[in-house]
Design a protein around this ligand. Structure first.
Ligand code: NDP
Length: 257
């Protein structure tokens, strides 16, 4: 890698949860192109194997894949241990796996609520704790939690999702408080509205799509590649004194009414 050593992350080992598609896949590609060894994750083994083959072809580099459910703490413990044994020490953890469910508040079931909390919030705690147990004795590491503009603000129909993303922002700060003294930086990356499978229905809804474009100073939906620069910054020595922050990549949406 040429350029400033501040942004040199070549040779680092990065684990990105929920990277079989969407934002996670793009983040994995960005880290591969920056010279990292990348470990992909998702639950669907077939989809994961396909993405691994595609990324190896597209981006080159060394790419591994481990299928496991990030809400299952026993599976997380087993797989993090296996990754460290087979690939090496994890330098960068990206907690990206997440889900959305939209409904009027009165229609949400207990199961919907728990599934959202488990997938979007508990997973980052369980993964972060397991990886941090190994980063702490090594005295360095980068953890990046994928937050959202919904870490700050809400819309009708997504109260439980917003609660998970607001919680993730404060979990990020709490992890910074506990892990900062051990040389670990924990930051959030908050996408605005991005075109992925998660938002397929919204993109297809012309009224909503026009609202997003009008509401965003950049005048468009985010493209997954828009997130790579911020991810590299938060993974690199350039951010060694940046801790507990959420960096919003939203085309300016949060700054305007
Ligand atoms: P997608 O639905 O496109 O992808 C989600 C990924 O997470 C898939 O790889 C999925 O694979 C994986 N996943 C889901 N649940 C689990 C689980 N329990 N264990 C392991 N892997 C899991 O979502 P996006 O790419 O759009 O979103 C990624 C992240 O970005 C989420 O945290 C989301 O909240 C956040 N975000 C997205 C925005 C957008 O506009 N798209 C805006 C702001 C934030 P599998 O199903 O095989 O497990």
């Amino acid at each position: 890698m040429t350029g400033s050593p501040l942004f040199d992350i070549a040779g680092r080992i990065a684990l990105i949860t929920g990277s079989s598609r969407g934002i996670g896949r793009a983040l994995a590609q960005g880290l591969l192109e920056a010279g990292c060894t990348v470990v992909l994750n998702g639950r669907d083994e077939v989809a994961l194997a396909r993405t691994r083959a595609e990324l190896a072809e597209l981006a080159g580099g060394t790419v591994f894949a481990r299928a496991f459910d990030v809400t299952d703490s026993a599976a997380v413990a087993t797989n993090v241990a296996a990754i460290e044994a087979e690939v090496g020490p994890i330098d960068i953890l990206v907690n990206n796996a997440g889900m959305q469910r939209r409904a009027p508040l009165v229609d949400f079931t207990d199961d919907d609520w728990r599934r959202l909390i488990d997938t979007n919030l508990t997973s980052a705690f369980v993964m972060g704790r397991e990886v941090a147990r190994r980063m702490v004795p090594r005295g360095h590491g980068k953890i990046i939690n994928i937050c959202s503009v919904q870490s700050e603000t809400v819309r009708p129909g997504i109260a439980p999702y917003s609660a998970t993303k607001g919680g993730l922002k404060l979990l990020t700060k709490g992890m910074c408080a506990d892990l900062g003294p051990s040389g670990i930086q924990v930051n959030g990356l908050g996408p605005g509205y991005f075109e992925t499978e998660l938002t397929e229905a919204l993109v297809a809804d012309e009224e909503f799509s026009a609202w997003v474009r009008g509401r965003t100073p950049a005048g468009r939906w985010g493209r997954v590649s828009d997130l790579i620069g911020a991810l590299i910054f938060l993974s690199a020595p350039a951010s060694d004194f940046v801790n507990g922050q959420v960096l919003y990549v939203d085309g300016g949406m949060l700054s305007v009414l």
